[in-house]
Design a binder for this molecule. Sequence first.
Ligand SMILES: Cc1cc2nc3c(=O)[nH]c(=O)nc-3n(C[C@H](O)[C@H](O)[C@H](O)COP(=O)(O)OP(=O)(O)OC[C@H]3O[C@@H](n4cnc5c(N)ncnc54)[C@H](O)[C@@H]3O)c2cc1C
Ligand code: FES
Length: 363
Amino acid sequence: MVDSHMVTVEPLGVEVACREDQTILDACLRAGVWVPHSCTHGTCGTCKAELVDGDVDHGDSSSFALMDFEREEKLLMCCARPRGPVVVEADMDADEETPSHAVDDYTGTVTLVEDIALDTRRVVVELDREIAFDAGQYMAWQLPPALVGGREGVTRTYSMANPPSSGRTLEFHVRRTPGGACSDGWVFAGLAAGDVVRLTGPYGRFVVRMSRPDRAVLVAGGTGLAPIASMIKRVLLDGPSEHGEGPAHLSLYQGARTREALYDVALFTDLAARFPDRFTYRPCLSEEEAEGYAAGMVTDVLAADHETLHGHVAYVCGPPAMVDAAMRTLMSKQLFPRDMYREEFLDESNRAAGTVRSPLIKR
Ligand SMILES: Cc1cc2nc3c(=O)[nH]c(=O)nc-3n(C[C@H](O)[C@H](O)[C@H](O)COP(=O)(O)OP(=O)(O)OC[C@H]3O[C@@H](n4cnc5c(N)ncnc54)[C@H](O)[C@@H]3O)c2cc1C
Ligand code: FES
């Protein structure tokens, strides 16, 4: 029997019971208490909070996201486990559309694994029951211990590409990372229809803001398309939410080097034809010229298309370097940090090396 301790989360003033082997973030999200987080793996620093009182084990916190000298007074909620009663003060921001779906464990059965582009696979999973999430959120996949030296509880995170209306069916896009435990060692090495997977979620706050009618540019690199695809389908196909109708217009900039690396082109071409007043599609190729595709890096095409992006909102997702380049382009086009939302697909190498974080832009 593992001991539990009471964690008081300020400024909310709520108390959450947290086991000694559980992270404070996990205890909060499972109790339906939303606190800021992004990577859930101790890399990005989004969940950094004040340690007002009590003692914690900092676990896997990277020394880049939580420096040694900070550890007396701060903690990463996604890594810290309580050693007794704890009081933390989270860096809450007032965003009424913060996702509020409680995190839970699900068992799923894989129904489809297919190659959709170079080193990219679509995986469809049928869950044991319905899940509620906001478009843009992600799930943590439990890795079979055999793939990670027998360790239990090792996870990797993948974003849903389907809209929330899909009920029990979740669609994921997984890119192969050479030598990667989950992608190379599992999804590209035998994962097949009929296999059982264990998923936990939903996580993240990279969600489409339905309350914002501003025109939106959505910039996707590689499988960074997944959460953005979910957002586009949600806005175009699922109708208004309690918060509003979402962006008045969506422009998708999808980037890849060559055509064989770009996927779901027919799907977005079709959506652009069905919703000509609401959706524009710009597939971009940086190392190949082809009819129907813009030539150049996705950021260069975006910059050439717009003299200014004042009055827009932006959603950007992909590898950290691409996200960083896109944020710079957007700022040069007069977009304010408060109008930019981003998700970086950070991985274990980023955790080991640390990541550059712009102090201007919230994750
Ligand atoms: C919020 C979020 C959502 C994401 N959504 C998606 C998605 O929808 N689709 C998608 O394809 N990806 C997504 N990712 C990335 C995904 O979670 C994985 O990081 C990625 O698939 C690699 O996992 P892996 O297990 O295959 O590789 P890993 O085993 O994690 O290895 C990744 C790289 O790090 C290196 N590495 C491993 N351990 C170390 C170490 N200790 N020191 C130094 N280097 C090391 C490996 O050699 C490899 O190059 C997302 C990431 C985040 C944070
Ligand atoms: S969510 Fe905790 S460091 Fe990223």
